[in-house]
Design a protein around this ligand. Sequence first.
Ligand code: HEM
Length: 424
Amino acid sequence: MTTQHQPAAGRCPAHQAEPEAAPTGPIPIHGDAFTADPHATYDRLRAQGPIVPVEISPGVYGYLAVTYRAALHLLRNTPTRFAKDPQHWDALRLGQVPADSPAAAMMMPRDNALWKDGPEHTRLRQAITSSLARVNTHALAASVTRIADSLIDGFATEGEADLVAQFSDPLPMLTVIEMFGCSQELGGRIVTAVTRLFDAGSDAAQANADLEAACLELTRLKRHRPGRDITSWLIAAGLTDPELVQTILLVIGAAAPPTSNHIGNGLRRVLTDPRFAGSVHDGVRPVSDALDEVLWDNPPVPNYSPLYALGQQSFEGVELRPGHPILVSFAAANGDPALAVAPGARAGNRGHLAFSAGAHSCPAPDLARIIAETALERALDRLPGLDLAVPESELNNRPGTFLAGLTALPVRFQPDTRLVPYRR
Ligand code: HEM
């Protein structure tokens, strides 16, 4: 039962003791104003404190950690003081999270490593890390080169393209599908289902069912005929079929969308920042410098890692009640003025939190870097005179709380006259 002194599950944690509408609600980290300039919102939030109440998506409330110190405190004290398991989320337990909310899709529990704590997390994560460690990084770079080239062949004769729709969006998914040893047909079904799921349309439940069915089919195929691929290595690590399905879903979902956004954000940086534009073409500055900078000031996963306080706690004077999600803003933490990392000191500096930290930190930052660097290098090598086709002010951010990327990146370049035009 909810009393005045207990958190009412679906309500904003800032206003538990005031059932009447408060004059100003928690600042939203969704919607047009946030999407247009997320850092302006992070600055406003940081002015309120290190961990502040926010509206995560319409009707879904929690806290957001917006300083570097607060982010590290949460991530390094998981799972001892903070849990990842959403069974600690009061509003979810009480059925108060709108089923069609983008937050629901990204914060609901699934039976995989991302949402587990303690020994269960360690066991499932070890299966992932031991499998990813077997990926041959030279072969991966060669696959990305081949996939990048075939995508570029599709538009190189035209002299113009949208590098998001035609390059950065499809490339990581096609790469990951290969890493899992998928046939083209099965890979196509997985890509279609993941795309439908991320569109979060009315057929999300059916898309989820199709995705699980395709992953189960892949699992069964690889049990019969193992290969040198991540699916076979996960099987060798001893996971059951249901665990395999959920782990394949996790790795594909965790790998492809952030890497797509990272490639798009990196391409934008080399095309628009005078410190990179020009110099990456002649090799003076490596694309890895641009990608490092982007991980600092425009990380592809800006806000995530929902955590739940295990018991009443406080951090730098902020009371953290159990039962409410506390998201970590990797973007706000990286931009924390208290960190004082000058823009010029970011290339080669891996102190950012774009890959998170602690028990659930990304197990594949090196693989992500190989995919993104190879993709950028191929685009710059294959598309001479590459330039934006619109003023930078016309580029738009994708809406959403959890992923940061561009809706489109229209470019022009010298058409490749040696290729036969691609027929759609
Ligand atoms: C630029 C690209 C990438 C970025 C920015 C990124 C970022 C992140 C972040 C912030 C987390 C923590 C999420 C959380 O705690 O809620 C994470 C977790 C994870 N990432 Fe990545 N990631 C990237 C690419 C990849 C790739 C290529 C793979 C696999 C091939 C991958 C696999 C995973 C997995 C399996 C987890 C869950 C780990 C766990 O819960 O123990 N990521 N990633």
